[in-house]
Ligand binder design. Structure first.
Ligand SMILES: [Zn+2]
Length: 338
């Protein structure tokens, strides 16, 4: 695996669906995740805007170029899509065909991927129409049946936490198969229902962290929580802060549940396209990804947050985690240890 250390060394110099069969969760990717592990976070791609005008398909081609450039430079082990893969409220005909465009880019590199939903993926057609929604469940079923060997979403099953859908976790092991780290993926709502982390989701998270005996963890969601606002008072924030924070509605105890473990290391969101920072908060770091897509609002330069997880006996809980932003033009910035 090409790591950032190597880099440092070298640089010293709807919508009507396609027919979707019922989801099959039995065909699983062959290899489990183990360290060293490199993750690229693709945030807010917003494919499918203005499909009948020139600028819509053009911005999708630009987003494809961003992903291609990042994947070629980083060669990650896993891509995490943190929501708003598509802009469902602009897609007239076929949401799953648009989603196919998104995931096919990663497929062409043979890289596994995990996804959560954002507030636009299953949003009503604008203006609202009876046939305008491809549900989260339909989108998930399409992902699982189309990429049974690459999709790791709900790989070990997803609990029934309706109305939210993409809630699951996966373990990262050492080379002997011993669990080192948990990756949590949570659905923060929006689109066909409220932008919130429902109590059944955070209750499931709390019981799961207990079951995992407070294994260190990273958590991926689409919409930041209200604690993101509080975190910005830290003097140790790193990264672009050019946007407001629009957190989930209502109180939820996500960050408290994670902090209570004493070992949680980071939360990664998208949603606010002009933010790409990490700030320490309680015992973990609250981070944004980098706006990856040319779809969605804002003209900030595009890129991807990269997360590298390395086993290191001298690091906190024996796990060293670094993160930085890889830009479309191949430059990097905002290197930080979590
Ligand atoms: Zn977005």
């Amino acid at each position: 695996m090409f790591s950032y250390y190597h880099l440092l060394l070298t640089s010293l110099v709807v919508i009507s669906d396609e027919v979707v069969a019922s989801p099959s969760f039995s065909e699983t990717p062959s290899a489990s995740l183990s360290v060293p592990l490199k993750i690229c976070q693709f945030a807010d791609l917003h494919y499918g805007e203005a499909p009948n005008l020139a600028w819509g398909p053009e911005q999708d081609r630009n987003s494809t170029r961003v992903m291609n450039n990042v994947l070629a430079a980083e060669r990650p082990d896993l891509v995490v899509f943190t929501g708003d893969q598509i802009t469902g409220n602009n897609i007239v005909d076929n949401a799953t065909a648009v989603l196919r465009e998104v995931f096919s880019v990663v497929e062409s590199f043979g890289v596994s991927f995990s996804s959560v939903f954002g507030n636009h993926d299953d949003m009503c057609l604008d203006p609202p129409s009876r046939d305008s929604i491809t549900s989260r469940s339909s989108l998930l079923a399409f992902e699982k049946t189309t990429w049974p060997k690459l999709s790791r979403t709900c790989l070990n099953g997803c609990p029934n936490l309706l109305p939210s859908v993409s809630n699951y976790y996966e373990l990262v092991t050492d080379t002997s198969g011993k669990p080192l780290l948990a990756l949590f993926f949570l659905d923060s709502g929006g689109g066909s229902y409220d932008e919130t982390l429902f109590a059944n989701v955070t209750d499931w998270l709390a019981s799961t962290t207990l079951k995992l005996r407070n294994l260190p963890s990273l958590t991926f969601i689409h919409i930041p929580t209200p604690q993101y606002v509080d975190a910005t008072t830290s003097k140790d924030c790193v990264g672009m802060m050019s946007d407001g924070i629009t957190p989930t509605v209502g109180q939820n105890n996500l960050i408290q549940v994670l902090s209570n473990t004493g070992t949680a290391r980071g939360v990664f969101t998208g949603h606010d396209h002009g933010n790409a920072w990490c700030c320490p908060f309680l015992s973990l770091s609250l981070c944004y990804g980098r706006h990856t897509g040319y779809g969605g609002y804002g003209d900030w330069d595009r890129g991807s947050r990269v997360i590298e997880i390395i086993q290191n006996a001298t690091a906190r809980d024996g796990i060293e985690i670094i993160t930085y932003i890889r830009m479309e033009d191949n430059s990097t910035n905002s290197l930080q240890w979590l």
